[in-house]
Design a protein around this ligand. Structure first.
Ligand SMILES: Cc1cc2nc3c(=O)[nH]c(=O)nc-3n(C[C@H](O)[C@H](O)[C@H](O)COP(=O)(O)O)c2cc1C
Length: 217
């Protein structure tokens, strides 16, 4: 039986568990870091980006921006450039050279081993502007929160399509490198690298009990 949104909402307005597969998708999504070589069709990537675009955002300004990378050559260049910055940062931390190379190699294989990459960025161009740092910071945070929500939609949609994905925080540590390598518009601030592909591993994870994270008042 097909349901309209309003019949869906009214049939779930009581405290009965919904029969939607959505909760299953939410519960069974895992961060997947190893992928097969099978390419991800462009239409699927577009469906994921569309799912991302349906997430809530502050003032509905949709501050997220995505750079979609499907070219192995671009992937390789990005991995190399980010690896160089990682090495430089770790050298400043006086990390032993073998450990630096190990870290850099892991980062390189994570980035080049994905079937596709999406760089999630935020842009402040459509956000409100404030003269004071306190409110400017709140507005910036709202843009970052909105972008993270878009990525969560995207990761859930990827899981629903049988894909695995993982959020990599590395671009936050080298936004200038990502900007320059991908020739991104000046207002795009790289936030995360999302690796995607058909899973070559399965993962289990647990969560802390609600009572350690929730207060009822
Ligand atoms: C903001 C953020 C940053 C993350 N950065 C990384 C990362 O740099 N590398 C990585 O392997 N996983 C990263 N993750 C994935 C987390 O490790 C993962 O979500 C967590 O361990 C829970 O596992 P699950 O996603 O399978 O439930 C990040 C996740 C978030 C939300």
């Amino acid at each position: 039986m097909s349901m309209t949104i309003s019949t869906y909402q009214s049939s779930h307005s009581q405290a009965t568990p919904p029969d939607s597969i959505l909760l299953d998708v939410i519960r069974t999504r895992r961060s997947i870091r190893r992928y097969t070589r099978q390419p991800v069709p462009r239409e699927v990537l577009e469906a994921l980006l569309t799912a991302a675009s349906w997430s809530p955002s502050a003032h509905n300004r949709q501050p997220w921006r995505f750079a979609a990378i499907t070219s192995a050559a671009v992937q390789e260049t990005l991995a190399r450039q980010m690896g160089d910055r990682l090495r430089a940062d770790l050298r400043v931390d006086s990390v032993p050279p073998e450990a630096i190379e190990q870290d850099a190699a892991r980062s390189y294989s994570r980035i080049t081993g994905a079937a596709a990459l999406l760089v999630a960025c935020l842009s402040l161009v459509d956000m409100d502007r404030y003269p004071d740092a306190r409110r400017a910071q709140a507005e910036y945070l709202m843009a970052a929160q909105s972008t993270a929500m878009a990525v969560q939609n995207l990761l859930l949609a990827a899981h629903a399509y049988g894909l695995g994905g993982c959020w990599m925080c590395a671009p936050l540590f080298c936004p200038d490198v990502v900007q320059e390598t991908l020739a991104l518009p000046a207002d795009w601030q790289p936030q995360a690298l999302i690796t995607l592909g058909y899973p070559a591993e399965s993962k289990t994870k647990s969560r802390e009990p609600l009572e350690t994270r929730v207060l009822w008042r």
